[in-house]
Design a binder for this molecule. Structure first.
Ligand SMILES: [Zn+2]
Length: 203
């Protein structure tokens, strides 16, 4: 048989992709360590927008990543009081990502944008609320190792997280009710347009 010629295919429609129609877009995927990496994918010019529209959830990853950064930093600097130049222990990263997916520790690689467990913003709000209690607990206990200390912090966070989740849900409910009222006002068309605007990072 003839030799295999590599043909570029579109990531969206899987059809042949000529150089002149090609757009390369980085797609954010989450690695094992919880850090985001962008993988470049090739699209037809017409396909990239369809892809983004259909995968809106995954593009929320961008927002999630910055929220995860805040969770990571707060837990490292304010809860465990580790210095800036030290990485958060793997065990802590796994426990925090576990809260995100609603498990003790996540076993799937892609933990982001999963609609179960708690959002990173809920986790962050809970950590801030619980930190005084965590610091008090740290002072009254001796720890054999870091894992033990992390488990105590997670125990206190777990104790409060459902309460915080409920509070946030109620606030969002009130906000969405307010928005419904706003939608009935004639000035709203302009407002919607503005918020729907999206920036593409074509390379
Ligand atoms: Zn295509």
């Amino acid at each position: 048989m003839g030799k295999v010629i590599s043909i570029e295919k579109c990531y969206y429609c899987n059809k042949e992709l000529a150089e002149r129609d090609m757009v390369i877009k980085p797609i954010p995927l989450v690695c094992k360590n919880g850090k985001k990496r962008n993988y470049k994918r090739k699209f037809h010019i017409n396909c990239v927008e369809k892809f983004v529209a259909e995968h809106e959830d995954e593009f929320e990853t961008k927002k999630e990543t910055s929220e995860w950064d805040k969770v990571y930093k707060y837990f490292k600097l304010d809860v465990l009081c580790l210095p800036e130049d030290v990485n958060l222990p793997d065990f802590a990263t796994k426990r925090l990502l576990g809260l995100r997916v609603g498990k003790f520790m996540p076993n799937a690689i892609n933990t982001r944008v999963i609609k179960q467990g708690h959002s990173f913003s809920t986790i962050l709000a809970t950590m801030k609320l619980a930190n005084i209690e965590i610091q008090k607990a740290f002072k009254t206990q001796a720890f054999s190792d870091m894992q033990h200390k992390i488990n105590l912090a997670m125990f206190v966070i777990n104790k409060h997280i459902d309460f915080v989740e409920e509070r946030i849900r109620k606030v969002e409910e009130i906000n969405s009710k307010n928005q419904e009222i706003e939608f009935k006002k004639p000035t709203v068309a302009k407002y919607i347009k503005k918020s729907k605007k999206r920036n593409f990072d074509f390379i």
